[in-house]
Structure formats: C-alpha cells, structure tokens
Design a protein. Structure first.
Length: 151
C-alpha cells in the first residue's frame, strides 16, 4: 500500500494470527444508547488489501443510513484476552503497528471496556499476565460492588 491512501474513520487494519483484513465500524445512538455495528473484510475473500479496504468503506457508507441494532449482544461479565496487532497513526500521518496483548470486558451496563499491553515494551509473558490480571479485577468488581471505571 502507498501512503497516499486515506483510511476512513472507523476502519482499522487487523493483522493477527492468520487474519488479515479491515475491520469497519459504524457507531449510532439507538434509544439513548451508543451502539456499534462492525464487520471484518478479509484480504483473501476480497482479492487483496486494497479491495478489502474498498469493500469495508462501501459497507460503512451503506450502514450509516440503514444501520440496525446489533443481533449479537455480550452480557455483563463476558471477557477475553488475545494477542493482536495494534495500529496507530503518528502526528505525521504514518501508520504504525505493534504486537500487543489486549483484554476486553463487558461491564454491568453491558458496555465494552478494554486495555492492552505492548509485547515489545513489556515482553509477551508480562503483557499477557497484566491483561489476565486486569480481566480478573474487572470480574471481581462485577461480582462485588458496582463496577468502577475501567479501561
């Protein structure tokens, strides 16, 4: 890919394990609650990285006007830890990526919370253990008193 390609807001590159593609998200407020529709566009299915990005962009454009509420709902207490490739843009606009462990947790209001730890900065074992500990703390707080702000 060249640096001239503009990636729309709400679309991120996913590269972990055997997965290669673009994750498109559309956020909307439905009955006072912010919700998110998301879909992964795999490079292999769409014929390459640029074609998958085009498909993700088109899907996102179509969803903005006709987006329904999600059909798959996570319940309070659901969570997981996974190794993933995180990406960000520098102030100059350059896309950079790094390996990390990431933890997700759905709180008492069934809202997602997350944290991540860089493998390069902390090492794989420490990064994963910090994510595991964070997830355990979130679950303990859910079982005990009202959930504190996390993530």
């Amino acid at each position: 890919m060249t640096s001239e390609i503009i990636i729309p807001k709400g679309i991120t590159r996913q590269e972990y394990g055997r997965t290669r593609g673009w994750l498109a998200r559309v956020y909307r407020t439905v009955q006072g609650e912010q919700q998110c529709a998301r879909r992964l566009f795999s490079d292999g299915v769409h014929g390459g990285e640029l074609e998958a990005l085009d498909a993700a962009t088109e899907w996102q454009r179509l969803q903005r006007g006709t987006w329904p509420p999600p059909t798959k709902k996570r319940t309070a207490g659901y969570g997981y830890v996974q190794r993933t490739l995180r990406s960000y843009r520098t102030p100059a606009g350059e896309l950079r990526t790094y390996d990390a462990f990431e933890a997700w947790f759905w709180d008492a209001e069934e809202r997602p919370r997350s944290t991540s730890w860089s493998i390069e900065s902390h090492g794989a074992e420490l990064a994963q253990s910090r994510c595991d500990e964070w997830l355990a703390r979130c679950r303990d707080e859910l079982d005990g008193e009202p959930l504190a702000q996390v993530g």
